[in-house]
Design a protein around this ligand. Structure first.
Ligand SMILES: [Zn+2]
Ligand SMILES: [Zn+2]
Length: 71
């Protein structure tokens, strides 16, 4: 039984499931920590583009944090 994981308002993402049923297409993504980055529907920015809320099921980083260079 997979453990549930919360991303944004969605509380039913599945930890460690590469075919998480709650994630949109192209997610989850592999995080550099070895976990999976899930995505939930987020807000619409002023340009009208949807900005997904992302979070790793292991380290908790967002997609932006996970792929930006270590500072
Ligand atoms: Zn997910
Ligand atoms: Zn991670």
């Amino acid at each position: 039984m997979s453990q549930a994981f919360t991303v944004g308002q969605e509380m039913t993402h599945l930890v460690g499931d590469p075919e998480c049923p709650e994630c949109p297409e192209e997610y989850p993504e592999q995080c550099r920590c070895g976990g999976l980055i899930h995505a939930a529907s987020g807000e619409i920015d002023p340009a009208g583009d949807e900005v997904p809320i992302t979070g790793c099921d292991r380290c908790g980083r967002s997609e932006d944090e996970a792929f930006s260079p270590e500072s």
